[in-house]
Design a protein around this ligand. Structure first.
Ligand code: ADP
Ligand code: ADP
Length: 225
């Protein structure tokens, strides 16, 4: 099965605001896809369905064939690695090692296996040397990379990033782009940074007014937008 399959997803908030009007999409394993669209288009609402924060009003979401639902939430949250826009919402332990270990420890990983997970995740983001430092001593760009490591330590099926390039200087942007390109994982990134989408994502989706308005190679989608 694809990493992500969304079928006929519609959702209205309790106040009646209809945010999604029948979204269909599939993302294959290993694809890197940008999710673009104006403010209010429904991007956040869609992302909140991918790990079960919101429950579909109509339609369904599957991650690697497993339907998102009340009985599968634990496994879905392991499979869907959400990286928030602000890394400081994700890092709350005294040391980087504890932050990166938190997710897998919560799944029951212990001892040498846990140490190996932490080392591997920090190596994937190019920061093996910061394990024993407090996150707040790192630069913003390093904190964002540690936030990526905290979800990689769960060995997710799909990495979902909210505005990954925001607030990064050019060097940090480039470093993060190289890291994301090097990972052997499916990536979905919500972004307003069109050059970043073009550089990193072979495919882009435009969400507009709660529907998918475009889906194709990033260069073509941006040329038509
Ligand atoms: P985006 O992330 O693309 O900016 P959102 O998913 O945040 O879009 O919003 C989609 C629509 O849903 C907008 O009309 C927004 O005002 C509305 N919306 C978002 N969150 C809520 C909420 N908690 N209650 C009511 N309406 C909401
Ligand atoms: P983003 O920039 O990620 O799209 P927004 O600025 O649209 O986020 O929304 C920020 C927060 O406000 C979100 O938690 C969203 O659910 C909430 N929100 C957005 N629109 C509404 C609304 N009309 N009513 C209530 N909450 C809303």
């Amino acid at each position: 099965p694809p990493s992500l399959r969304v079928r006929e997803l519609a959702y209205a908030y309790p106040d009646g605001t209809q945010a999604l009007f029948g979204v269909d999409l599939a993302i294959g394993r290993g694809e890197r896809v940008a999710l673009l669209g104006p403010n209010g288009a429904g991007k956040t609402t869609l992302v909140m369905h991918l790990n079960g924060i919101l429950t579909p009003g109509h339609g369904s979401v599957e991650v690697a064939g497993l339907p998102v639902g009340p009985d599968t939430l634990r496994e879905i949250r392991r499979r869907v690695g959400l990286v928030f826009q602000d890394p400081d919402d994700q890092l709350f332990m005294p040391t980087v090692r504890q932050d990166v270990a938190f997710g897998p420890a919560n799944l029951g990983v212990r001892g040498a296996e846990l140490d190996a997970r932490v080392r591997e995740a920090l190596e994937l983001v190019g920061l093996p040397e910061v394990a024993d430092r407090p996150p707040h001593h790192l630069s913003f760009g390093q904190r964002r990379r540690v936030a990526v490591a905290t979800v990689l330590a769960m060995r997710p099926e799909i990495l979902v990033l909210d505005e990954p390039s925001s607030n990064l200087d050019p060097a940090a942007r480039r470093e993060l782009a190289e890291i994301l390109r090097s990972l052997d994982v499916t990536v979905l990134m919500v972004t307003h940074d069109l050059p970043y989408a073009l550089e990193l994502c072979e495919r882009s989706l435009i969400l507009s007014g709660g529907v998918i308005a475009a889906d194709g190679p990033t260069g073509e989608v941006l040329a038509d937008a």
